[in-house]
Design a protein around this ligand. Structure first.
Ligand SMILES: *[C@@H]1O[C@H](CO)[C@@H](O)[C@H](O)[C@H]1NC(C)=O
Ligand SMILES: *[C@@H]1O[C@H](CO)[C@@H](O)[C@H](O)[C@H]1NC(C)=O
Ligand SMILES: *[C@@H]1O[C@H](CO)[C@@H](O)[C@H](O)[C@H]1NC(C)=O
Ligand SMILES: *[C@@H]1O[C@H](CO)[C@@H](O)[C@H](O)[C@H]1NC(C)=O
Ligand SMILES: *[C@@H]1O[C@H](CO)[C@@H](O)[C@H](O)[C@H]1NC(C)=O
Length: 424
């Protein structure tokens, strides 16, 4: 049961062992014993407790967070038992759908030079991959005259945040519309591309070139989006799973029910997620109606600070098919470098294995995504599982992920000149 008045002190990863001017422990801090540990690359850790990180842009005593942190404390015991059973384990964690991140063993986090902790577990690849089914997404951005100025800035940020939530299993395209439709990357007209890092970065550059003028006619843009999505699915390309249209606009003057009638009803296979940009809500009703009529979710984004939290709401809706099917798929990320976990030969390569967590409460017959659990695995541990005697003298083993990335190979090593960062 959620208790809105719950008062509960937890160990906040940033605040532990911090003292104020008078030498007293700060709230949510407190004394937290840390000892260097060889298995964790001599980092100072606490092997009996986990710590909780909350992104800087969220209130760390928000009732939602405090309640989640409270019940997830039961994980401490599980983490400790797991580690006792399998001492090769390193970090174990739970990323909550509310935004907090519980990590074992307990370790101190330090903000960046601006005093900020940008890490939001819900934006990480392992989280998104585990929480959502693969999806095809067409993003429609209104670039009519009324979007000039701040609204366009917020709209760009919204599109960019949507891109953050897409991963290698997803396909997308972005169409800007006023009285005409403009693919933001004209070379990729009429198709969808995989949401890998290179494609997303490429589209982000094009977003800066958008400018607002003319009048917004949404009907044609919707028809185009439905056409591409339909094409893709019927030819078995794309994710062959869920499909969605994200609509970023400051309002719609019509309901466009004729378009939905033609392309999406009665099955409603394509979900619509309208994001109303700006403080006014004069034209909100049509957008709300579109969301309801197409199994989506309506959000209003008034300021730049609202963007991320609002964008991520759609993930709950898109994870519903997984909840209903009780799919507990494990996902494996591509190999990445973790500079905090070096070995003799330099920073080590890791993969993350993750799994979604659903509420099994009976009153919610659809279930609710609570978050994602995961653990990091050094690739060397996987290498040890290869039966060497079966390979022959010049034989070697390698593995690639289902998205075509190399997971392990004897010659795979980090590029030393690239800036390294911890990426869970
Ligand atoms: C972890 O920290 C708590 C709180 O400071 C302390 O009571 C406990 O002994 C520590 N555990 C270890 C293994 O150091
Ligand atoms: C950790 O520190 C010990 C002693 O200072 C040292 O012998 C060991 O090699 C270090 N381990 C790592 C992984 O750096
Ligand atoms: C897409 O490209 C085709 C031919 O390459 C062109 O005929 C069509 O007008 C383009 N559509 C858009 C919306 O740019
Ligand atoms: C994609 O096509 C399959 C088979 O034709 C159909 O069952 C499925 O519902 C379609 N999915 C969407 C999102 O249109
Ligand atoms: C939930 O409902 C199912 C069947 O309706 C029942 O078997 C199960 O015991 C219930 N679980 C809880 C936790 O009440």
């Amino acid at each position: 049961e959620e208790n809105p008045d719950l008062q509960y002190e937890y160990f906040n990863a940033v605040l532990i062992n911090e003292v104020d001017d008078e030498g007293n422990n700060v709230e949510l801090g407190g004394e937290f014993i840390l000892e260097p540990n060889d298995h964790f690359n001599n980092l100072s850790v606490n092997l009996s407790l986990s710590v909780v990180q909350v992104p800087t842009n969220m209130y760390n005593k928000d009732p939602d967070i405090v309640n989640g942190v409270y019940w997830s404390e039961a994980l401490n015991k599980v983490f400790v038992e797991n580690f006792e059973r399998d001492p090769t384990l390193i970090w174990q964690y739970f990323g909550s759908a509310k935004g907090f991140f519980r990590q074992y063993p307990g370790v101190k986090w330090h903000p960046d030079e601006h005093g900020v902790i940008g890490f939001d577990c819900r934006n990480r690849k392992w989280y998104i991959q585990a929480a959502t089914s693969p999806k095809d997404v067409v993003i429609l951005v209104d670039v009519s005259g009324s979007m000039k100025g701040l609204r366009l800035t917020i709209a760009r940020q919204t599109v960019s945040s949507i891109l953050d939530t897409l991963g290698d299993d997803d396909f997308f395209n972005i169409i800007a519309y006023n009285q005409e439709i403009h693919y933001v990357e004209p070379c990729l007209n009429g198709t969808l591309v995989r949401a890998d890092r290179a494609n997303k970065d490429h589209f982000r550059e094009h977003l800066d070139k958008l400018f607002a003028k003319g009048i917004g006619l949404l009907g044609e843009a919707l028809a185009e989006a439905f056409t591409i999505l339909g094409d893709f699915n019927s030819t078995g390309r794309g994710s062959v799973c869920s499909q969605a249209i994200m609509l970023v606009t400051d309002g719609a003057t019509e309901m466009y029910d004729d378009v939905f009638e033609k392309y999406n009803w009665p099955e409603r296979r394509v979900r619509i997620f309208p994001y109303l940009i700006g403080r006014e809500s004069a034209f909100a009703d049509n957008l709300k109606w579109m969301a309801c009529a197409n199994k989506g979710y309506f959000s209003q984004i008034s300021t730049l600070a609202d963007v991320q939290e609002n964008v991520m709401r759609y993930l709950h809706v898109m994870s519903r098919p997984k909840v209903i099917d009780h799919e507990h798929d494990t996902v494996w990320t591509e190999a990445y470098v973790d500079s905090a976990m070096k070995d003799k030969s330099g920073p080590s390569l890791m993969t993350t294995v993750a799994m979604p967590v659903f509420s099994t409460k009976n009153e919610t017959n659809q279930g609710i995504l609570l978050g994602v659990v995961g653990t990091d695995i050094p690739l060397q541990e996987l290498m040890k599982l290869i039966p060497k005697h079966m390979l022959g003298i010049h034989g070697y083993a390698f593995a690639i992920t289902n998205n075509g990335y190399i997971l392990m190979h004897p010659d795979l090593r980090p590029l030393v000149n690239k800036p390294l960062q911890i990426c869970y």
